[in-house]
Design a binder for this molecule. Structure first.
Ligand code: N7H
Length: 459
């Protein structure tokens, strides 16, 4: 079993509650910072064990993670076996398809040393804990940036800003996740935690000593242009028999995502939403994209995107059954994101124009940044041909988050009727005129175990 007393809470369980603050800082005075880290900050850090039981959950859960420049500033120069971590995210913008001129200046460069994640039921609680941490650390740190995440209000709780339910599909971690639901893939803990079973990186001493049970945290501030997204759907309803234009718009959005707004997978419910299916953890992941007999005998998976476009968001990032399981299973991430920014205002909705910044504070955990985030982003999300081997060699980038540098994106198979006929003519692609998700930057961090934090403090 995993040592859950030693693993930070956000990695395996996710500590996002109603509100979560990401507080990015630089260290000015390493000696003072390390002394306070050991004496006063470490006792505040929430472990997996603590978050799992209501009796031990703190009012505000606290996690901490460090960038490579942060570890170096603190005197930790051990090789962690992860070149992307060493580069930092800003140096990889071209690999991951970002336009650095659209990045928030706070993320441009490698000046962020660390991040506190503070999660609670109220902003007041979070601010009180932040004030506590600031008074402990005093002038030894400086704030570089902060981002306040929050669950959306009312019935939109759990839904991201485009309106889709998030957090439905996560890999199961062997030796930890219980129960495992149908359709959930079980993977060894070393995919997420350094030094655990099947850790893909070997012969790196730190991974089996102080860095064991830590995880790389990829942070991304992903802006979502919600009024523009909604306008596009409204203006381009899929023309499917018996659907009203409104339902045709709904269907287009669902086919871009691979799930209805409720979370029901379109592969299982292709023409209409099914909230009961969405809410059932024993059914809402119980599918793959293999079509053997449906709708016509002999129609194979790579010819058929009737139920789900080859390039739908959830298919791009988790191509269930499209790939050999040995390939698919080495690219899992655990996601722990939360929306940020206010609800769309009436002015924005009527003008179809974003004026307030909102989006997703994206967090993923993996034991190797290349296998996880970078691979998904560069080989799957932003590759026009992926999933490879289908009848259409130009499927398009991910319609939700893929980008061609802001150029219009041709997406295959969004119209179910066209692909029922196995046509490949690109004239039937839906063209997305702009990117509805824009990266405002991010950084790569290492989220150590609690003993790892002690090691860093003593370095
Ligand atoms: Fe995605 N969304 O809220 O609209 N994502 N995602 N994502 N995503 C998923 O199945 C979304 C992003 C994954 O196992 C759902 O839990 C948005 C990045 C993975 O079948 C929804 C943004 C990356 C899955 C969204 C965004 C991923 C997944 C369905 C950016 C990786 C699981 C809910 C603003 C690099 C797929 C669910 C599976 C699901 C949304 C970004 C990855 C609704 C808005 C950058 C692995």
């Amino acid at each position: 079993a995993l040592d859950t007393d030693n693993i930070q809470a956000d990695i395996l369980v996710g500590m996002a509650k109603h509100t979560e603050l990401f507080y990015f800082f630089a260290v000015n005075d390493a000696a003072t910072f390390k002394e306070k880290l050991a004496s006063k900050i470490l006792p505040l850090i929430t472990s997996t064990t603590e978050i799992l039981s209501v009796d031990t959950q703190p009012i505000t859960a606290v996690n901490i993670a460090f960038s490579n420049t942060g570890l170096v500033a603190l005197g930790v120069t051990d090789d962690l076996g992860d070149p992307d971590f060493v580069s930092g995210q800003f140096n990889e913008t071209s690999t991951i398809g970002d336009n650095p001129s659209l990045w928030d200046p706070a993320f441009a460069g490698t000046s962020i040393h660390g991040v506190f994640l503070l999660a609670s039921d109220t902003v007041d609680n979070v601010n009180a804990e932040l004030a506590n941490i600031q008074s402990i650390l005093g002038a030894s740190i400086t704030e570089i940036h902060s981002l306040q995440g929050a669950a959306r209000p009312g019935d939109q709780q759990g839904h991201e800003h485009f309106g889709f339910m998030d957090g439905i599909s996560q890999p199961a971690v062997n030796g930890f996740t219980n129960p495992v639901h149908p359709g959930q893939t079980s993977v060894d803990a070393g995919t997420f935690l350094l030094g655990e079973a099947s850790d893909p990186v070997s012969n790196i001493p730190a991974r089996s000593s102080w860095a064991k049970d830590g995880s790389f945290l990829v942070f991304r501030q992903l802006q979502q242009l919600v009024p523009e997204f909604n306008q596009f759907l409204t203006d381009h309803p899929l023309d499917v028999e018996e659907l009203t234009p409104e339902q045709g718009s709904e269907l287009l959005g669902a086919r871009m995502m691979g799930r209805w707004k409720s979370g029901a997978p379109i592969f299982l419910s292709p023409t209409q939403d099914d909230p009961v299916l969405a809410a059932d953890p024993d059914r809402n992941n119980d599918f793959d994209y293999l079509v053997e007999s449906n709708p016509e005998p002999g129609t194979e998976n790579h010819f058929n995107q009737t139920n789900c476009p080859f390039g739908a968001h959830i298919r791009k990032v988790h191509p269930r059954g499209d790939l050999d399981p040995s390939v698919e299973n080495s690219h899992f991430i655990i996601r722990s994101s939360i929306p940020y920014g206010a609800e769309v205002t009436t002015d924005e909705a009527t003008s179809n124009t974003t004026s307030i910044d909102r989006g997703l504070a994206f967090v993923s955990y993996q034991s190797n940044i290349f296998n996880g985030f970078v691979f998904l982003q560069s080989i799957w999300i932003n590759q026009v041909g992926f999933p490879f081997g289908k009848v259409d060699p130009t499927i398009g980038v991910d319609p939700i988050i893929g980008t061609l540098g802001g150029e219009p994106r041709n997406i295959s198979g969004l119209d179910p009727l066209v692909y029922y006929l196995n046509q490949t003519d690109p004239v039937h692609d839906v063209v997305l005129p702009i990117d509805f998700v824009i990266s405002r930057g991010g950084e790569y961090f290492f989220s150590p175990s609690l003993t790892g934090i002690s090691f860093i403090a003593a370095a």
